[in-house]
Each structure stands twice: as structure tokens, then as C-alpha cells.
Write a protein that binds this ligand. Structure first.
Ligand SMILES: [Zn+2]
Length: 384
């Protein structure tokens, strides 16, 4: 294996195993030489990735996706782009699917490109003053890209890069994505790490980070779990409850839950769903009947069951098919809570627009990502 691919694996694991940068299956990485690009395969987690988790593609074929005319229907278009990316693979027999962000990696003019969703970067990216503060902190040498998903994001970054290249001699190394995360490009992995340190250090100066402190379990926690389980018709559901100072922050003041009632990033939708239940009732039977009403309304509206529930004095609850995805959903939601809280330093949170939430919720590519992680969980459960 060439040294650069070893570096790519190493840096992917480095950021992938740090929940302040990557949670669950989020983020992706690449290396390119003149002819080929190696991109993380869709559905693989960065924390334990090996070279087998990367897809090698012909760069000129990936470039073609930027010139082609695709369907005007966004869902149709994502499928067409996905098909074209599959034909760009050097080893189609691997069966691996390149990341949906492959074309974006290709267009950024640096050998290494490391894309993550860091909590602190997203505190800025999911805030109401994201663009203004990015300029203030990082100047005109960086790119700020308004929210867009999938192929639309790629087209938007290409257009902005085209404009940038007219007045600059080289590509921006920092590309900030509203309601999403960051792309960092460089010639070496050590330079990538320096840039990440620089970005995080700068944002950290403005944000009051607080440690998560455990809060004692409510004495009726087991009764609440039982009540919730009797509410869900599917007997395969597992309920996991956590209680800490971050959960308390969002229920201790009336109205604060509103700050996290709508998702800020696609990851939150993928792992926690498009909306969440909340009850601030005082006694257990009122909590349960309150949640029952909300549960039924959710089923009606989204045609699936909710995954995340916050209950005053009890904490944060995940409902999933087993313990592992429930823990993942809780981790992603806690990250979302931190992003919301930290975004107060930049004027408060800015959720995704309603139609974009809906788009991600229906997006087949994202469903694929969720499903491959699920089946990976299933396999590891069986192996145990
Ligand atoms: Zn991303």
C-alpha cells in the first residue's frame, strides 16, 4: 500500500474515534493522485476503517458527474448520480458504494480531504449568524456554503469554488457547510491536523463548553420504561434512558425544548428522526398519557414510530430495535443538544428548513447508510 493510503486510514481513524468530530456513520475522507481518488465507502464507520473500506475511482469519470444533465426531480437525480459514481469504480466487483459526497471530494484541489461534523464547528454552522461569524473568525480565504444536500451541495460548492479561483491562486483549505460540517483539504495529514486544531481552537475561545455531569435516576424510571413499552406495539423495541446535566438543561426551563424540537443537520434526521417527543408533566400517569397522544400523532404524521423522547426529571429516552442503535441515537441527540447550547454564543440555533428536513427524511441514500449500519450491528450481535 502506498504511504498516502496508510496516512488516509490513520487520519480517518483518528477523527472517526473522536465523538467531538464524528458520530456514528457521519463524515468521510479521501486521497487523490493524478488519475485516481480513494473515497470512504458509504455505510462504513471511520473509527475502525481499513483500506478495504475505501473505494478507488477514476477521477475523470467522477468529474463527468459535474458536466452531465440529470433529472429535475431531486430524488430521481440522486439515484442517477449514485449510478454514475458506481460506474466510476476501478473495482466494481468489491460491491462497495462510494460516499454520496464523492464528487465534492474530487472537486477540492488538495490530495487529502477530510470531512467531519465537529460539535464546535456545528455550533457555529447551525447558528443564526453562521456566515457572518465564519467571515469574522476565518476571513476571506475560506468558503462558506449555504445549506444544500447531495448533488445540489456539490453543484453549489463547484460554483463557489469557480468564483473563488478567479481571485485566488489556490483553493480554500477550509470549506464550511451551513447546517452540516466542514471539509478541510491539504497536501499532508499533518497539515490537516494543524488546520483542524486552528479551527477548533478559534471557535472554542467563544464557546463555554461544559462537562456532562450525571444526574440521579428518577425513582420511577423503571415504571416509565414499562409504560412506554406497553405503548409501542412492536415487541422488538428496546428502550434506553440516560440522565445527565445536558438533558436537565433542556427541561429545567419552560420553552427551552423548542430550541431542539427541529433538527439542525442531516445526521440528526438519519439517526433520531425528523421530530422528537417531550413531556414536562409532573406525575407519571400524566406523562404517559401525554406521550401516548404525541406518539399517535407522530405515527400519523411520519408513518413511523418516534425514536427520541425527553421527559422532565427522567432524562433522554431512545426507542430502537436493540440497544446498540438506541445508544447511537442517544449519542447523536446529545451532540445535537450540545450544538444547540453552544450556538447561543452565535445568536442561537438555526434549524434546517422544513422542506429540507422532509427531503432528507425520504432520501434513499441516507436510508441506505442507516440500513447498512443496522445490518452491521445485527452481524456483530450474532457474532457475540
Ligand atoms: Zn457530511
Amino acid at each position: 500500500m502506498i504511504k498516502e493510503l496508510k496516512d488516509l486510514v490513520e487520519i480517518s481513524r483518528f477523527y472517526g474515534s473522536d465523538p467531538d468530530f464524528v458520530i456514528a456513520g457521519g463524515g468521510n475522507t479521501s486521497f487523490k493522485d493524478d488519475r485516481h481518488i480513494w473515497v470512504k465507502a458509504s455505510g462504513f464507520s471511520m473509527n475502525n476503517i481499513d483500506i478495504q473500506g475505501f473505494v478507488q475511482l477514476y477521477r475523470d469519470k467522477v468529474k463527468d458527474t459535474g458536466k452531465k444533465k440529470y433529472s429535475a426531480d431531486p430524488h430521481q437525480r440522486e439515484v442517477q448520480v449514485k449510478e454514475d459514481l458506481l460506474t466510476a469504480r476501478v473495482h466494481p466487483e468489491s460491491g462497495l458504494r462510494p460516499s454520496v459526497e464523492t464528487s465534492l471530494h474530487e472537486v477540492i484541489g488538495y490530495p487529502f480531504v477530510i470531512h467531519t461534523h465537529p460539535t464546535l464547528v456545528n455550533a457555529l454552522m447551525c447558528s443564526v449568524s453562521a456566515e457572518e461569524k465564519t467571515k469574522e473568525f476565518f476571513g476571506d480565504e475560506v468558503l462558506f456554503v449555504p445549506y444544500a444536500p447531495g448533488y445540489r451541495l456539490f453543484k453549489s460548492v463547484s460554483a463557489l469554488l469557480g468564483r473563488y479561483r478567479k481571485t485566488h491562486e489556490r483553493d480554500p483549505q477550509l470549506i464550511f457547510l451551513q447546517n452540516h460540517g466542514i471539509f478541510i483539504g491539504a497536501g499532508s495529514v499533518s497539515e490537516i491536523k494543524d488546520l483542524y486544531d486552528f479551527v477548533i481552537g478559534k471557535i472554542r475561545k467563544t464557546v463555554d463548553e461544559e462537562p456532562l455531569l450525571p444526574v440521579p435516576k428518577h425513582p420511577d424510571t423503571d415504571l416509565l420504561t414499562k409504560g412506554l413499552l406497553s405503548m409501542v406495539p412492536d415487541k422488538n423495541n428496546t428502550i434506553v434512558i440516560r440522565h445527565n446535566s445536558l438533558h436537565r438543561y433542556f427541561y429545567e426551563r419552560t420553552g427551552r425544548f423548542n430550541l431542539i424540537s427541529r433538527p439542525f443537520t442531516p445526521d440528526i434526521i438519519v439517526y433520531c428522526g425528523p421530530a422528537y417527543l417531550y413531556s414536562d408533566k409532573d406525575d407519571l400517569s400524566s406523562v404517559l398519557s401525554d406521550l401516548k397522544n404525541q406518539w399517535d400523532a407522530y405515527l400519523q404524521k411520519f408513518k413511523k414510530q418516534p425514536k427520541i423522547i425527553l421527559v422532565k426529571e427522567y432524562g433522554l429516552i431512545a426507542v430502537e430495535e436493540s440497544k446498540k442503535p438506541a445508544e447511537t441515537a442517544l449519542g447523536v441527540f446529545e451532540d445535537f443538544m450540545k450544538i444547540s447550547k453552544y450556538s447561543e454564543a452565535f445568536g442561537g440555533p438555526h434549524p434546517m428548513p422544513e422542506e429540507e428536513i422532509d427531503f432528507i427524511d425520504r432520501w434513499e441514500v441516507e436510508n441506505y447508510r442507516r440500513n447498512i449500519l443496522r445490518s452491521a450491528n445485527r452481524i456483530s450481535r450474532k457474532a457475540r
